[in-house]
Ligand binder design. Structure first.
Ligand SMILES: [Zn+2]
Ligand SMILES: [Zn+2]
Length: 80
């Protein structure tokens, strides 16, 4: 499986990194994939505007194990 590219920095999102997936709930489409590091989240934040039903999901790499409750994936507060 090919690693997706981050829409902010255009680098690959590796399987051992957290991935932030931004979805348009109305259209049912994925509109962006980002790293969870702050510099990439700034780009994702542009899409978070009032009146648009967007949903962000963080996908955890395997090294997070089963204890995802305690992992914030490095997300900033606006996405929590
Ligand atoms: Zn990135
Ligand atoms: Zn994690």
């Amino acid at each position: 499986m090919k690693a997706p590219r981050c829409d902010a920095c255009r680098k690959r999102i590796r399987p051992n990194q957290h991935e932030f997936l931004l979805r348009d709930l109305d259209a049912g489409q994925v509109i962006g994939r980002y790293h969870t590091r702050p510099s990439c989240q700034v780009a994702a934040a542009k899409y978070i505007v009032p009146g648009v039903a967007l949903h962000g999901t963080v996908y955890h790499p395997e090294r997070c194990g089963g204890d995802l409750e305690s992992c914030d994936g490095g997300l900033p507060e606006w996405a929590a």
